[in-house]
Write a protein that binds this ligand. Structure first.
Ligand code: HSE
Length: 300
């Protein structure tokens, strides 16, 4: 039996749309085992009522893609999921499912595919690499698809940095949050994001938190998504007022992210309170960046 632990991730970090993400110390576990026939799926924890127990399950589908690519499909499969990552909230639950399924399946057949091949396959399944790359590799990862391959660079999270997440009690499907984005953006907005992304990567590499408030601004996706999250601007402003260094929507939302090196509890409370004033019930998590990605255990 194989057990894989996969971290949650927050994508974009503001200006890094579809190319930047950070792993968080909040994990889902995938256990996978060959059985003589059929498919048996068990799911526990976050959102377990909404998780498919059949061929539509994302972990199963990812595993099958890998078995097919390797030409080694088992007769039957047992999968047990233990989830801590909230579903469809912008914390990389689908990336964790895909990476968990791929790594478990790969380990089960003896490791035929390399990490590089797994990352490419995961990106095809997810559509973009920004969550799957840190879920696999840990840390802060910049990743770009190049001719079917994924080129990436990893930055170790600066010491002292924490991610405060305010997680509303409603879903946003990433597909919908992408459909509302424009197909074209102006040169002005492109330049706005380029400069901030460069600042952000440099600031994170050097552990310079003073730069984060400017460096996490975005004009490519966040303005278009603000209508999907009631109170977004006010919650982000409240987080900054309470001491957050930088703020943004986490992935495609609806969770909002504040990066901070202090005042964690008061930032979390301010975000929850402001959400509440805007009619949204939200919970909060104070999370450490996850320096390592998916890890595997082989159990007898
Ligand atoms: N970069 C993606 C987006 C992350 O913002 O749509 C969500 O999966």
């Amino acid at each position: 039996m194989i057990r894989v632990q996969v971290p949650a991730t927050t994508a974009n970090l503001g200006p890094g749309f579809d190319c930047l993400g950070m792993a968080l110390q909040l994990y889902n576990t995938v256990e996978m085992q060959r059985i003589s026939s059929g498919l048996h799926i068990e799911a526990h924890g976050e959102g377990s009522r909404d998780i498919a127990r059949n061929e539509k399950n994302i972990v199963y589908q990812a595993a099958m893609r890998l078995f097919e690519q390797a030409g080694k499909t088992p007769e039957g499969l047992k999968i047990k999921l233990t989830n801590n990552i909230p579903i469809a909230r912008g914390l990389g639950s689908s990336a964790a499912a895909i990476i968990g399924g791929l790594i478990a399946a790969n380990t089960l057949i003896g490791g035929d595919l390399s990490h590089k091949e797994i990352l490419a396959l995961a990106t095809t399944l997810e559509g973009h690499p920004d969550n799957v790359a840190p879920a696999l590799l840990g840390g802060i990862v910049v990743s770009v698809p190049v001719d079917g391959d994924i080129k990436y660079m990893k930055i170790n999270p600066p010491p002292g940095l924490k991610a405060i997440m305010a997680i509303p009690d409603f879903f946003i499907m990433t597909k919908r949050a992408r459909e509302i984005l424009p197909q074209q953006v102006s040169l002005q907005d492109t330049v706005f994001n380029l400069g901030r992304l460069a600042l952000l990567l440099t600031a994170l590499s050097q552990g310079d938190f003073n730069m984060l408030s400017t460096a996490m601004e975005d004009r490519i996706h966040q303005p278009y998504r603000s209508n999907l999250v009631p109170g977004l601007k006010k919650v982000l402003a409240a987080a900054r007022l309470a001491g957050a260094r930088g703020v943004c929507i986490s992935g495609a939302g609806p969770s909002l992210l504040a990066l901070a090196d202090n005042n964690f509890e008061s930032i979390a409370q301010a975000m929850k309170d402001t959400f509440k004033q805007n009619g949204v019930h939200a919970r909060s998590l104070i999370l450490e960046p996850g320096p390592i990605g998916a890890t595997t255990l082989e159990l007898k």
